[in-house]
Design a protein around this ligand. Sequence first.
Ligand SMILES: NC(=O)c1ccc[n+]([C@@H]2O[C@H](COP(=O)([O-])OP(=O)(O)OC[C@H]3O[C@@H](n4cnc5c(N)ncnc54)[C@H](OP(=O)(O)O)[C@@H]3O)[C@@H](O)[C@H]2O)c1
Length: 333
Amino acid sequence: MKAFIVNRYGKNEKLQLAEIAEPVVKKNDVLVQIHAAGVNQLDSKLRDGEFKMILPYKTPFTLGHDVAGVVTKVGSKVSKFKVADQVYARPADHRIGTFAEFISINENDVALKPKNLSMEEAASIPLVGLTAWQALVEKANLKKGQRVFIQAGSGGVGTFAIQLAKHLAATVATTTSAANIDLVKSLGADIIIDYKKDDFETILKDYDVVLNSQDAKTLEKSLRILKPGGKVISISGPPGPDFGKEINANWFLKIVLKFLSAGVRKKAKRLGVNFSFLFMRAQGEQLSQITKLLESGAIKPVMDKVFSFEQTNEAMAYVETGRSKGKVVVKLR
Ligand SMILES: NC(=O)c1ccc[n+]([C@@H]2O[C@H](COP(=O)([O-])OP(=O)(O)OC[C@H]3O[C@@H](n4cnc5c(N)ncnc54)[C@H](OP(=O)(O)O)[C@@H]3O)[C@@H](O)[C@H]2O)c1
């Protein structure tokens, strides 16, 4: 089958289009013929080698973390899916590779595709949808009437997270640049801050939750807009000791993680607020809940651009500009 693979780590390295063997289908796996694959910042970061310590993929490997497609084979122990089911998924770490014609995924990481979504729309959802879910529902336990600050409301995570937070009946503040104000307004954001003109720290006060996706300075400011006991969940780092435990890190990595997050943890403690890092994970059950929200219309996909499979490197370059409005997808079929 055809696949876009990382042959060598590096910022200027392009993915290579290669002919590789079809994936092996283990007893709990479904084989998915890929119709569309979502593109994420994580793909570029992995290719650049930024995640080598945490996710040490050996080259060559197929890149890609989001998929929508059709089940063409099921393993002997599979109970939730059958051949011809239309599905979508964020395959688990160490089992990625959606920039290809087929992928084999553990059935626990898969969900039925929302019926009202095209394959391209469905492929745009899993990684960012699960990130928003794990941050706002699982970690923050966001409740009706609470106030949440979601940074970069016009991005892949932001567009989904705003809609999820509104569905949970929270008040949502967000940052974006002038060109995307109408977009975040249409998603339901209540307080919109043009980050190029205004400083959110002077506007927001006593927040319950922050979903942090920007740099260290933004993270530090975010700690100060929380009320005592408030929570900042950062998806852009720094990873801390809890994350080390989650991934079963070796002793050396555990020390590195402790060191990386020491500053922010100390500041959070001094302010009486909670800091935690989230690295989203594959989760079919949560994705099924997300399917319901998409089918009911509570959340709508926000698509920026669809590229052809041959243009996968161009799609990645577009996402790397950091300017996408919602999601970028590669279409295979
Ligand atoms: N830890 C995890 O599990 C996890 C999961 C998903 C994503 N992430 C990370 O989270 C970050 C966001 O991901 P994403 O997929 O949402 O990225 P994205 O879709 O590429 O974000 C692009 C958007 O960010 C906005 N933006 C850029 N700089 C901004 C700033 N300083 N303030 C406010 N908005 C800004 C841009 O709007 P303008 O054009 O208006 O500036 C653009 O619409 C990335 O670093 C990604 O790697 C982590």
